[in-house]
Ligand binder design. Structure first.
Ligand code: MEV
Length: 418
């Protein structure tokens, strides 16, 4: 069940693909122009974004098709250098559509902000801080009119004592609903704002005032059913469950399994300018939450023998702030994606993570990963070997037929075909 709106999308020319997306996402002429500016960003824009800029650096931007999430169809921009990922996500989404696609839900956008207090009598300081919670929250919330007006912002103050080699410390934590932003900046601002009050209350000295990227209260979770026939039959379904149990019980496999999940998550996050390091850090910490690193997804069979995949992963993402308004192509990608809130964005990204994991373990549990991978990889190899455009198809076909994909072989084939 392909998304009929994008049937045979991969066979279209660039112009046709852009035209399809333009009409489906309601892009303007300006949006299309931005898409056609290779890389989507000028030197001047880059020069304002970071330091010591000497140029810009582009990655491929593709569209994953066939996704239906919570009953809505999405076109999903993905920015990634690795071949097969976008095709794999689209294929998984096509299979999942048969049983209604992905059902996802997201927590509120909660961040934890931390204020470190040293040189303090922790035992007597904790009740003083807790008693002044309302005053601390009011001061924190005075730093964001926008969040306060939305009835979001700092909601709760908690305290914890940690014993360290440099002494016992009090850690004061603010639980902040950052709404549609990723929220790092507002969290850090609030932590810095309340630090003098905390010093006054506790008689201690504050040092670090910063968000925690361990985003345990900002999770997205969901599931999809993959029909056993489309998966490849009972044996492949059973093999996928064996593959999952391998990851669930062996950290060496789990890291690779989760890398497949992150292929999807990070590619979407890249396209809309998210802090991918925050997502990665949070995900891997969450994968170790029970003291042993394990899989971020689970796989089982339903009563009909279909494959059921589930994912739960932190998703600290936003649709306002950061570089969203600074990098022109991000605005266009957001328009294509059509999400209206950070929570909806989290649901989409989580679904792509699950889809990506499905395709990877399905390939691994059946024909192996290399067959599909190699054809695309062979193209990159042919290009690196200097094969001209009109000869790429011939060289790639020969290398994959022979199962011998290398720069040396590409050069030999090119020479013999001259
Ligand atoms: C490659 O980028 C990702 C995989 O290694 C993931 C996995 O092994 O599950 C194929």
């Amino acid at each position: 069940m392909t998304d009929h709106r994008t049937t045979r999308f991969h066979e279209k020319s660039r112009e046709e693909r852009i035209e399809t997306i333009r009409s489906l996402a309601g892009l303007s002429d300006d949006d299309v122009e931005i898409l056609k500016t290779e890389g989507g960003i000028s030197f001047d824009e880059a020069n304002h974004m970071v330091e010591n800029v000497i140029g810009t650096f582009s990655f491929p931007l593709g569209i994953a098709t066939n996704f239906t999430i919570n009953g809505k169809d999405y076109l999903i921009p993905m920015v990634i250098e690795e071949s097969s990922v976008i095709a794999a996500a689209s294929k998984a989404a096509k299979i999942a559509r048969k049983h209604g696609g992905f059902t996802m839900e997201s927590d509120e956008s909660y961040i934890i902000g931390q204020v470190q207090v040293v040189d303090v009598n922790v035992k007597s300081a904790i009740p003083k801080v807790l008693k002044a919670s309302q005053k601390i929250l009011k001061l924190a919330n005075s730093k964001s009119k926008t969040l306060s007006e939305m009835n979001k912002g700092a909601k709760k103050v908690t305290c914890k004592k940690i014993k360290t080699k440099s002494g016992t410390m009090l850690i004061v934590e603010l639980l902040i609903d950052v709404g549609d932003a990723m929220g790092a900046n507002v969290t850090n601002t609030m932590c810095e704002a309340v630090a003098p009050l905390i010093e006054e209350l506790t008689g201690g000295r504050t040092i670090l005032k910063i968000l925690s990227n361990h985003s345990t209260k900002r999770l997205v979770r969901g599931r999809a059913v993959f029909d056993k026939e489309d998966v490849g039959g009972k044996e492949v379904v059973d093999n996928i469950i064996h593959a999952y149990n391998f990851a669930a019980n062996d950290p060496y496999r789990a890291v690779t399994h989760n890398k497949g999940v992150m292929n999807g998550i990070i590619a979407v996050a890249n396209s809309i300018g998210q802090d991918t390091r925050a997502i990665e850090a949070a995900s891997h910490a969450f994968a170790s939450k029970n003291g042993k690193y394990t899989s971020l997804t689970t796989w089982k069979k339903d009563k009909q023998g279909n494959l059921v995949g589930e994912i739960e992963v932190p998703m600290p993402v936003g649709i306002v702030g950061g570089i969203i308004k600074v990098h022109p192509i991000i605005g266009v990608c957001l328009k294509i994606l059509g999400v209206k809130s950070a929570k909806e964005l989290a649901c989409v990204i989580g679904a792509v993570g699950l889809a990506q994991n499905f395709s990877a373990i399905r390939a691994l549990a059946s024909e192996g990963i290399q067959k599909g991978h190699m054809r695309l990889h062979a193209k990159n190899i042919a290009i690196s070997a200097g094969v001209p455009k009109h000869k790429i198809h011939e060289v790639v076909s020969k290398m994959t037929q022979e199962n011998n994909v290398s720069v040396t072989r590409a050069k030999e084939i090119l020479k013999s075909s001259d």
